[in-house]
Design a protein around this ligand. Structure first.
Ligand code: ATP
Ligand code: MG
Length: 239
């Protein structure tokens, strides 16, 4: 039996209050299991980022339950939530979010710094993570600005996996990339998933979603169904 990594039970997220309420999510129930590679697809404003933020404990639901690795997040204080997030979840964003004045190695080490991991172990793990995400450790001493967008995104993936998270979450990770770089980034996710990493990718690109094993469709804050991916239409076929 596959184990659930994250469970959402009737999660509602309302932004604002009074007359200016906006629904981010209108009641989402969803389980992601260990080893899965899921894509979440839907139009702009449908609630994809809100859903990812709920799974990643970046924000609290208005109502409903979020359970990560068997722990119910709503019962935790903010400091406990932050620790759970640091230990269990890795994030990749559309804008890479690397820190420009730090080297690639220092960027990748950041989640380990927050955990108090000693310098030598951090350096070894950063190297291993970059090899897993990019195959090329020669980038370690470089600054992010010396790399292409596609290369920077693979550094961001290395940073997201360096702490061996249970769950890797990516919000439009190919949104700022040309097609070839997008294909390379998706190939990276696929190879991490083949080695057991649980991954959820938000996208509105069907060629990206088709690289996953499961496509979850969201519209107007609700899950409206799932779709069988067609791997022959995954963007990596152009490589
Ligand atoms: N911080 C916020 N304050 C108020 N409303 C918000 C906030 N964040 C999201 N929303 C609203 O919640 C709804 C869902 O937004 P969300 O960002 O989750 O959509 P999305 O599917 O990620 O869209 P996109 O594809 O454009 O990134 C939208 O109506 C949006 O305007
Ligand atoms: Mg979004």
């Amino acid at each position: 039996m596959p184990k659930p990594v994250v469970e959402l039970v009737d999660v509602v997220k309302v932004y604002g209050s009074g007359d200016v309420k906006t629904y981010g999510l209108r009641g989402v129930t969803l389980t992601i299991y260990e080893g899965e590679f899921a894509a979440i697809m839907g139009p702009s404003g449908s609630g994809k980022t809100t859903l990812l933020n709920m799974m990643g404990l970046l924000d609290r639901p208005t109502s409903g339950k979020v359970v990560i690795a068997g722990i119910e997040a709503s019962r935790l204080r903010s400091s406990q939530l932050a620790r759970l997030r640091n230990r269990f979840i890795g994030f990749v964003f559309q804008q890479f979010n690397l820190i420009p004045r730090l080297t690639v190695q220092e960027n990748i080490e950041l989640p380990l710094v927050a955990r108090g991991v000693p310098r030598r172990i951090r350096a070894r793990k950063a190297r291993e993570a970059l090899i897993a995400a990019a195959g090329d450790p020669s980038w370690l001493p470089k600054k992010p600005s010396q790399l292409s967008g596609g290369q920077q995104q693979r550094v961001a993936i290395a940073r997201a996996i360096v702490g061996e998270p249970r769950l890797l979450l990516a919000d439009e990770p190919t949104g700022n990339l040309d097609r070839k770089s997008a294909a390379i980034v998706m190939k990276t996710f696929m190879s991490l998933n083949e080695r057991g990493q649980t991954i959820v990718v938000v996208t509105h690109d069907p060629e990206v979603a088709n690289c996953a094993h499961r496509i979850i469709l969201i519209r107007d804050g609700r899950i409206i169904g799932e779709q069988e991916p067609d791997r022959s239409k995954c963007i990596t076929r152009i490589l």
